[in-house]
Design a protein. Structure first.
Length: 533
């Protein structure tokens, strides 16, 4: 096989010209500081995608209820755009408040008072289960038997992948690795990975920004493809080349582990203006054999020992930690003075020994996909019979995290003297904004979990506007919106706050609350109709 490059040598290191990084890492679309978390989330999960889910779910429900009426009883009302957003908001809340069974979220018995949540005030259990049963994402016109194994989620995969790539420019260092979506059902492309926390599931190939862990590109593994690029680079090389599509000739440096790294791939990437750095298996074709140490030889070498060989732009390095580690890089010098690695012993002491540039960079930048996987992992305890819902749920989690990264580019998540705004806080705000747009379930009886003020203002009986006393009264709704925005954006001045504290002379005669009631602000109506106004 022609590798396309000459062998590695021990000649004096020769500096090669590397394509300089030419991009400016940042979100492509920068929203202003008044943007809500829902605005950031809907950069990826747009109304177009929500409308697609609505259309597919209604079509699936009507089809099943027509073809199998005996197993699909009960009254069905077509789901709406507002209702599907509430459904997704509840899903996010269920991920924050974890209970093993969904029906526990609607427990209202006094014996289970510690399980009480507000979800029962937003949507009924039967309606939630009904939407969950018929939830579907398959485009109309797709045949049941087609060559695309992912046809049930193809629309979602393409739309969200394109949004990820078009809305963010990654930093110079990026990493490629795999992620697992837990699934133990029967599926032709289910994988087993013994070294992963989730050993059975659907494998995602992922390219992430090494600085922010933003997922820029991904693909779902459904089996080997017999294409020319497979026979040249193998499966692992094909994955890296496909994920890098759109980043060629821009000076990026991609970090990979020993599953992907090979001299053939590294040489090819230099021809498209991309550098490679990663650990490598010593039995890879083209790797210099004189660098490989046997176990007996490695035991005699001191910790921090290293050696290297060069071929064109590639530097092959062997380095002794506890074991021998082999690196291949096209973007680093072979060695650097005063570069050390630190390791902590079991007794608490710190050991310091020489390091190599490729090893130090690999340790710093390789973990982006694993960091992303930690914050977007799915709950393994909740089983799902339908594999495509697992994939869509992973896309939802990736979209939430990417939206969190975009928000952090506009608003500093770490404010002096305050707790850092983490992903949990972002998800809480997002869930409430999705749910707060509409109230599906209207209660007529007394709720144990509702406050007395909420019971009064939402009972829908005899709420009439009346002229109050004096003129120095602030609208309750306007004041609430103003204060919530101020809590999320403490650096914004009063004049920059988009929600003004409007004064009014109108109050509700029954609630005794002052509210705006004019053609510009309908706070009176919102206060008496919405749970979260």
């Amino acid at each position: 096989m022609n590798l396309g490059f000459q062998g590695f040598t021990l000649d004096e290191f020769s500096v090669r010209c590397r394509l300089p990084f030419s991009e400016k890492p940042d979100p492509v679309r920068v929203l202003d500081s008044s943007a809500s978390v829902l605005n950031y989330f809907q950069i990826f999960y747009t109304d177009e995608i929500f409308n697609h889910v609505v259309e597919c779910t209604n079509r699936n429900a009507n089809k099943k209820r027509t073809e199998d009426a005996n197993n699909n009883k009960g009254v069905w009302q077509d789901v709406t755009l507002e209702e599907i957003k509430v459904y997704y908001g509840v899903l996010i809340m269920m991920d924050i408040i974890k209970l093993d069974r969904d029906d526990h979220y609607w427990k209202e018995d006094e014996r289970y008072f510690m399980l009480g949540t507000k979800i029962s005030d937003i949507i009924s259990r039967d309606r939630f289960m009904q939407i969950k049963r018929y939830l579907n994402f398959t485009e109309e016109g797709f045949p049941e038997q087609c060559n695309d194994k992912l046809f049930k989620v193809r629309y979602m995969l393409d739309k969200i992948r394109n949004a990820f790539k078009s809305e963010y420019i990654p930093h110079e260092e990026i990493s490629v690795d795999e992620s697992m979506v837990p699934f133990k059902g029967r599926l032709s492309f289910k994988q087993y990975m013994k070294d992963k926390p989730c050993k059975f599931g659907i494998k995602f190939w992922m390219l992430a920004d090494a600085t922010s862990a933003y997922c820029w590109n991904f693909d779902v593994y459904v089996g080997k493809y017999g294409t020319e690029i497979d026979r040249t680079f193998g499966l692992s090389g094909r994955v890296v080349i496909d994920l890098l599509h759109g980043l060629e000739n821009k000076g990026y440096c991609v970090f990979t582990d020993n599953f992907y790294t090979s001299p053939t791939l590294a040489h090819y990437l230099t021809t498209i203006g991309t550098c490679l750095c990663g650990t490598i298996r010593p039995n890879r074709r083209g790797f210099p054999q004189d660098l490989i140490k046997s176990k007996a030889e490695a035991r005699k070498l001191p910790r921090g020992y290293h050696d290297w060989r060069q071929c064109d732009d590639m530097i092959a390095t062997c380095w002794k930690d506890k074991k021998m580690v082999y690196f291949l890089s096209t973007c680093h010098v072979p060695e650097k003075e005063n570069l050390t690695a630190k390791r902590h012993n079991k007794d608490g002491t710190i050991v310091e020994f020489p390091d190599v540039p490729s090893g130090a960079a690999y340790s710093k930048y390789m973990g982006a996909v694993d960091r992303n996987d930690q914050v977007t992992k799915l709950n393994k305890s909740k089983k799902a019979m339908r594999w495509y819902r697992k994939i869509e749920r992973k896309l939802l989690e990736l979209s939430i995290y990417n939206a969190y990264v975009l928000e952090g580019s506009v608003i500093k998540h770490k404010q002096p003297g305050k707790r850092k705004r983490d992903l949990l806080g972002f998800k809480l705000d997002l869930a409430h904004e999705l749910i707060g747009q509409v109230r599906i379930r209207k209660r007529t009886g007394r709720s144990r979990s509702a406050t007395s003020d909420q019971l009064l203002r939402l009972d829908g009986k005899n709420h009439l506007p009346a002229v109050g006393e004096g003129k120095d009264h602030v609208c309750v709704v306007c004041n609430e919106k103003h204060m919530k925005y101020k809590e999320r954006n403490p650096d914004v001045s009063y004049s920059e706050n988009p929600f003004k504290r409007c004064k009014t002379t109108i109050k509700c005669e029954k609630c005794d609350k002052y509210l705006c009631c004019n053609t510009k602000n309908m706070c009176f109506q919102h206060y008496h109709a919405k749970v979260c106004y």
